[in-house]
Design a protein around this ligand. Structure first.
Ligand code: GRF
Length: 193
């Protein structure tokens, strides 16, 4: 049986898009559901375009019930992929999927991570720090924001004159290039549910 992926995203979902594309005709794995906390998220449209079902939850459902876990278990999900998902993953979900939740962060962790560090704030911090390079980090998820074990990093140089938009663009290129392949690698190490 193919390995089964669930994607969590809160916004545009360009990474989700790349992952859905990559696994659309894949032999060994497929994206079976997209979950979001945000009913307005463009990722819902993207999921629709791939005819992948989606589920929207609110704070109560996510933090006070086991409904999301039950849904993921019923779907026999092997790997949860966070792609621009902004809420902290609750302990019960981490326990239910040990070493089976991964995230992508648009900087070289442990630099420029933690609560509140997402989107443009990350790139702004990179610029303000005067860093000579930035990049992306793909990591396992634990109970703290951006602190699980690193699986993959790729980096790019920050050239003189690079502004926030340029840094964001360079990072996004790397994300789109690497995230689907890293998901594939991680899946190879996981036994089917
Ligand atoms: C990405 O930069 C990712 O690193 C971060 O959130 C952003 C999501 O972008 N976690 P998108 O919704 O995939 O376009």
């Amino acid at each position: 049986m193919k390995k089964r992926i669930a994607i969590f995203a809160s916004g545009s979902g360009s990474n989700a898009q790349k992952i859905m594309e990559y696994f659309k005709k894949h032999h060994d794995a497929e994206v079976v559901i997209v979950l979001t906390n945000n009913p307005e998220a463009y990722v819902l449209q993207r999921a629709d375009n791939f005819e992948i079902p989606s589920h929207i939850f609110d704070k109560h459902e996510f933090y006070k019930t086991d409904d999301v876990i039950r849904l993921l278990k019923n779907l026999q999900i092997d790997l949860i992929v966070l792609a621009g998902f902004l809420w902290l993953i609750p302990q019960n979900l981490i326990k239910a999927f040990p070493d089976k939740i991964i995230n992508i962060h648009p900087a070289l962790l442990p630099k420029h991570g933690g609560k509140g560090m997402y989107g443009d704030r990350v790139h702004k911090a990179v610029l303000e720090a005067g860093d000579e390079e930035s990049g992306i980090t793909i990591h396992y998820v634990n109970e703290n924001f951006d602190e699980g074990e690193t699986i993959h990093q790729s980096r790019f140089r920050i050239e003189e004159g690079d502004d926030l938009e340029m840094i964001k663009f360079k990072g996004q290129q790397l994300e789109h290039q690497h995230y689907p392949k890293v998901v594939e690698q991680v899946l190879k190490k996981i036994k089917s549910e």
